[in-house]
Each structure stands twice: as structure tokens, then as C-alpha cells.
Design a protein around this ligand. Structure first.
Ligand SMILES: NC(=O)c1ccc[n+]([C@@H]2O[C@H](COP(=O)([O-])OP(=O)(O)OC[C@H]3O[C@@H](n4cnc5c(N)ncnc54)[C@H](O)[C@@H]3O)[C@@H](O)[C@H]2O)c1
Length: 320
């Protein structure tokens, strides 16, 4: 049985669906702080609770015979982390530590961890390889990097087999399953732009003076379904005792203005825009070199072209 923490969230719910499709038995633990109960089918065991509740977690491990953990549960608002850094130490680092202690007690060694491109901070060069120096520019990114380092030491000390996936920008949706980003507040570009479009509001562009390209920030968008596939491959690897850290991205960056142009094309509308200052903690360019993931685990992005990302998000928004 695979325990998916945060399986009622955006990436977690798509990964749960992919795991079940591939024949894995899954139990979801989620406190529903940002997730939604309705995205986990009722046929899948669901436990509402906190990953730091060690008594609850222990009973989940014992009752379901958990053999591996796919760990999405976290707080992930960069701006919030800048305003309240300790919240991110407590919610991400400390709670993950509590969960790891239960894994250790139950002799569960297989772990896939949701890390982030935010561990790198402002990169020296792009595309970014896994060996690039880690200098996070937000407490959120720092919390992910600290966890990765703790995982390494648990690997050394008691044989944990952690695989950290450093996602770049998760995007896209799975309209056939009504799975899409439903964060509140929403900080991610595509859902923000599409809801602005749906409500007839201007799209907000944060930062117009980034050095490269057209002045807006450049990101590497990876479809959530391709992320789910990466998790299945990582799970298979960790179950065989492998450990490591992998970037998950396409190697192709798009500026904010290019994303707006793609949305204009998909919706056949001209989007009014509001230009705003940069957001704290937002680097200029984040583009992944995912060669390691492709070579070691055989991952290939299948749905991460921009038109599929935009059209799937739009379709999911329309279906509700
Ligand atoms: N979305 C992205 O672009 C992106 C990029 C890089 C990394 N990540 C990481 O991927 C993971 C999933 O991101 P997402 O966008 O799906 O976020 P999300 O907020 O949609 O999902 C997180 C889920 O975890 C649950 N949760 C949070 N804290 C919990 C706790 N203490 N106990 C139990 N459940 C808890 C929430 O209710 C939610 O369902 C996060 O760890 C995030 O930091 C996301």
C-alpha cells in the first residue's frame, strides 16, 4: 500500500489517479488545508489529518500495511513564507521530520518527496542541473532544501531511500477527471490568467524589468500528468532502494508575456493587462535540465507542450 500525503491537492490528486491506473493500492492522508475531498474518489481510502500527528500516522501505517510514501503535503506559498518564515519551518521541515520518524519506526524506507526548483534560488546559468549551487531566496525554497538534506542524512543513518523531485512549474489539468488547480489564493500564472479572462478582469504581470527576453519572468512549465508519471517512475526506483534528486521540467522556458499570448490564442480574445512590480522570491529565469531524470528513470514529457497545457487548463475550467 502506498501512502500519498497531500493526495487531495493539485499534483497529488493526479498522481493518485495515475498510481491507481497502474495497479497500485493507495491510501491518502490529507488535512484538507488547501486540498479538496472531492478530488479523491470514494473508492480510495482517505484519512483526514495532519502528517505530524504521529499517532494517526502510525495507525495508518499499521492498518494499511504502508510500504512507501509519496509526500506532497506542504505549504507552498512563496510570498507567505517570506512574511512568516517560521510557519514554513514548522509546517514543512518539522512536520516532515515527524512523519519521517514514523516511517523509521515502521521500517518504511521508500519515499518520493515533492521538492522544488525553488531550492536553487537565482540561478547562475540555465538550464539548471541538479548540481547547481543551492541558495534559496525564500523560506519556502529553504524549507525544501533543508528537507532534502535531512533526507540525505536519514539515508546515511537508517537506510531511507529518498527520491526528491524538484519540480519546475506544474501546470495543466486533466479535464476528463475534473482535476485542475484550485488553490486559494491562487499564485500560479495560468489559472490566474484564465480566471481573470473568465471574469473579464485584466491579467496581472508581476515584473517587467527582468533582464532576459521581453522583461517578464521565464519559467519551465511541466504538465501535471507528466509530473504524475515522474512520481510513478520515482516510486518504482525508491522501492528498489534507489535514492537521489531529479529536476522535473522540459528544458524550454516561456515568458509571462508568451503565456498571455498563448491564452489569447486559445480563447480568441485580447487580454487587458496590469503591470505590477516583481514579487519577492521570484527569480528571473527558471528552466530545468532534466537529463538525469530522462537517463536514469526513463522519464519523457508527453503533454508538456504549451498548447496542451493551456487547452487542458481551459477545458477543465469550463467543465468546473
Ligand atoms: N504546484 C507547483 O508548481 C509546485 C512546484 C514545485 C513544488 N511543488 C510542491 O509539490 C507539492 C504539491 O503541490 P500542489 O501544488 O499540489 O499543492 P496543493 O496545496 O494543491 O497540495 C498540497 C496538499 O497537501 C495538503 N496538506 C498540506 N499540509 C498538510 C499537512 N500538514 N498534513 C496533511 N496534509 C497537508 C493540502 O491540504 C493539499 O491537499 C507541495 O509540496 C509543493 O510545495 C509544487
Amino acid at each position: 500500500m502506498i501512502l500519498v500525503t497531500g493526495g487531495a491537492g493539485y499534483i497529488g490528486s493526479v498522481t493518485v489517479s495515475e498510481l491507481v491506473t497502474r495497479g497500485y493500492e493507495v491510501v491518502v492522508l490529507d488535512d484538507l488545508s488547501t486540498g479538496h475531498r472531492d478530488v479523491v474518489p470514494t473508492s480510495i481510502p482517505f484519512v483526514q489529518g495532519d502528517i505530524a500527528d504521529q499517532a494517526l500516522l502510525s495507525s495508518v501505517f499499521a492498518d494499511y500495511g504502508v510500504s512507501a510514501v509519496v509526500h506532497f503535503a506542504a505549504k507552498s506559498l512563496v510570498g507567505e513564507s517570506v512574511k512568516d518564515p517560521l510557519l514554513y519551518v514548522e509546517s514543512n521541515l518539522c512536520k516532515t521530520s515527524a512523519m519521517l520518524r514514523v516511517m523509521q519506526r515502521h521500517n518504511v524506507h521508500a519515499l518520493v518527496f515533492s521538492s522544488s526548483a525553488a531550492v536553487y534560488g537565482e540561478p547562475d546559468a540555465t538550464p539548471i542541473t541538479e548540481d547547481h549551487r543551492k541558495q534559496p531566496i525564500s523560506p519556502y525554497g529553504l524549507s525544501k532544501w533543508w528537507i532534502e538534506q535531512v533526507l540525505y542524512w536519514c539515508h546515511t543513518a537508517w537506510g531511507l531511500s529518498p527520491i526528491s523531485l524538484r519540480y519546475f512549474n506544474a501546470a495543466g489539468a486533466v479535464p476528463s477527471l475534473s482535476l485542475r488547480e484550485r488553490h486559494n489564493p491562487e499564485t500560479h500564472l495560468l489559472p490566474r490568467v484564465l480566471s481573470a479572462w473568465a471574469e473579464g478582469e485584466p491579467a496581472q504581470v508581476f515584473g517587467t524589468d527582468y533582464p532576459p527576453s521581453d522583461g517578464s519572468a521565464i519559467r519551465d512549465y511541466v504538465h501535471v500528468q507528466d509530473l504524475a508519471t515522474a512520481h510513478v517512475l520515482a516510486l518504482e526506483a525508491t522501492l528498489k532502494g534507489q535514492a537521489g534528486a531529479y529536476n522535473v521540467g522540459t528544458g524550454r522556458g516561456y515568458s509571462v508575456l508568451e503565456i498571455l499570448a498563448a491564452v489569447e490564442q486559445a480563447t480568441s480574445t485580447l487580454l487587458p493587462r496590469t503591470y505590477l512590480p516583481r514579487r519577492v522570491g521570484d527569480p528571473a529565469v527558471l528552466v530545468a535540465d532534466s537529463t538525469r531524470l530522462q537517463r536514469s528513470l526513463g522519464w519523457r514529457p508527453q503533454q508538456s507542450d504549451l498548447s496542451t497545457i493551456v487547452s487542458s487548463t481551459l477545458a477543465a475550467l469550463k467543465t468546473g
